[in-house]
Write a protein that binds this ligand. Structure first.
Ligand SMILES: [Zn+2]
Ligand SMILES: [Zn+2]
Ligand SMILES: [Zn+2]
Length: 488
């Protein structure tokens, strides 16, 4: 694989994390926004459902892709991407042709891993801290349904795997399928808004979970305006420090959204990653009372919200946005007088409605609702949480579009500060934000100097250029729910 940036791995070391097995610790002091390490990954594949919409080399979503003339399955931005991805695709291309179709994403990913290990040995780079062999597969104790799926996958793998390639024992294959099943990392598109594939990043697999972590992980596709070779390179992950980390401290990320109360987080972690979380926030039920008040008088409103939110989600996924607006309004009427403004159901209602209203161009309403969401998130999330940063960004943009330049600019600046930590300066979203920050700063200066001139200029600008549409709310909703990808 050609990589333009070398992996950094000198600030971390493997150690025995008490009660958790292996973990990673810092070998030197670090600060908010520091890149703890970066890793290119062993292999990654595009989801079955995205095969024709995402480049199989750089994982960017593009309106028009070129198909591989050989297998007719892989798609690429252009010849440069196809050439850059050929080393990973070559064996796969031949196998797909012979097999007559492309197998599912788990089989494709496992095959890419096995080809790579066969060719390069168990340690592909000298910065890889663990072999795939040593990673957890959780096969023992796995629910029967999952085991059954792995059996089917192995069966398909054996049909797909070329006769003239090195043959492998079923036990070794089931280990890799198990590893991919619980450690496969969700690869997002260049904006980080949509899950588009799955990959294996062995060093990242060593980072244990904490509900209140000291690191965050972000996929970086590189700077679009940078040199061409960078543009076509495969996505890399970066582990970034959220605050000060002392030498010797364990490095952690959160596998689940902290917005969930501790009981729900623990259920999710158990079902998806097979462990019981014993972090301080779970033990002490920290902030559970802020997110959900357990008293009797609000139970009815709370239950009503939970049921309605499920219906709202369905309508949103099917694109029935006007129905979403009606249901959200109705639910808010019942919930707002009783539930605290940090109650997670209320936050979910507001964020859903604000995204839909932004899409439908009801900008004032979108701005109001998104501000309530940000105010609630501020009381719950870590100040450098990525979800808080993105919500602040969306709210800032809505305020800007609604003509509230002072609030809009302030929020865009705040979001920029958070994303500089969680995403870093070269991430495409941070760069979009920087452009918006400069634009709103200029408009804000104009506004403070002469409000009349500002408003007349703004009106003229709006007449010439219709406001850019917000993302369709479905794509935001589809976003990255879980760090590690599991089927279903
Ligand atoms: Zn590409
Ligand atoms: Zn091909
Ligand atoms: Zn926890």
């Amino acid at each position: 694989m050609t990589t333009n940036t070398t992996d950094i791995m000198e600030a971390v070391a493997i150690f025995d994390a008490p009660g958790k097995g292996r973990g990673l610790k810092a070998t030197k002091e670090m600060w908010a926004g520091d890149v703890v390490f970066s890793e290119a990954g062993l292999a990654a594949v595009v989801f079955d459902s995205m095969a024709e919409r995402i480049c199989h080399s750089c994982f960017r979503s593009q309106p028009k892709l070129q198909r591989c003339g050989q297998c007719r399955f892989a798609h690429y931005c252009d010849r440069t991407c196809q050439r850059a991805g050929w080393a990973e695709h070559k064996d796969e291309c031949g196998a797909i042709k012979t097999y007559g179709k492309a197998p599912n994403e788990s089989v494709r990913l496992t095959a890419r891993i096995v080809w790579r290990l066969d060719k390069e040995g168990s340690l592909v780079t000298d910065t890889q801290l663990t072999t795939v062999e040593d990673l957890e597969d959780h096969i023992f104790g796995m629910p029967d349904d999952d085991l059954q799926e792995i059996k089917v996958d192995i069966h398909n793998f054996l049909d797909y795997w070329p006769r003239n390639s090195k043959q492998h024992r079923v036990d070794d294959l089931s280990h890799i399928f198990g590893v991919v099943n619980c450690n496969g990392f969700t690869v997002s598109d260049q904006k980080g808004l949509q899950a588009v594939g799955v990959g294996l990043f062995p060093n990242l697999c060593l980072v244990n979970h904490d509900c209140w972590p000291n690191c965050t992980v972000i996929l970086n596709h590189g700077n679009q305006s940078a040199v061409n070779t960078m543009f076509h390179s495969q996505p890399r992950i970066e582990l970034r420090a959220l605050g000060k980390i002392s030498e010797g401290e364990e490095l952690t990320v959160s596998y689940v959204d902290y917005l969930n109360v501790s009981e729900d987080r623990q259920k999710l972690l158990k079902a998806q990653y097979f462990f019981d979380c014993t972090c301080d926030h779970c033990k002490n039920h920290t902030k559970d009372d802020v997110k959900m008040v357990p008293e009797e008088q609000v139970k009815e409103a709370s239950d009503y919200c939970r049921v309605t939110l499920e219906k709202i989600n369905k309508s949103r996924l099917s694109g029935d946005y006007h129905e979403v607006v009606v249901m959200c309004r109705d639910c808010m009427k019942r919930a707002e007088p009783v539930l605290a403004e940090t109650h997670i159901y209320l936050l979910k209602l507001w964020s859903t409605l604000s995204e839909v209203q932004a899409y439908l161009q009801f900008i004032d309403d979108a701005a109001d609702l998104s501000r309530k969401v940000v105010e609630g998130y501020n009381k719950i999330y870590h100040p450098n949480n990525a979800a808080l940063g993105l919500a602040t960004m969306r709210s800032g943009v809505s305020h800007w579009q609604a003509g509230l330049i002072d609030v809009g600019h302030g929020m865009i600046c705040k979001a920029y500060a958070i994303l500089m930590v969680t995403h870093g300066p070269t991430h495409p979203i941070t760069q979009d934000l920087e452009a918006m920050r400069m634009q709103t700063e200029m408009e804000f200066r104009m506004f403070t100097q002469n409000e009349y001139v500002y408003h007349s200029m703004r009106e003229a600008a709006l007449k010439n250029r219709p406001m850019t549409m917000m993302n369709e709310p479905v794509s935001v909703q589809d976003g990255i729910k879980n760090l590690f990808h599991r089927r279903k």
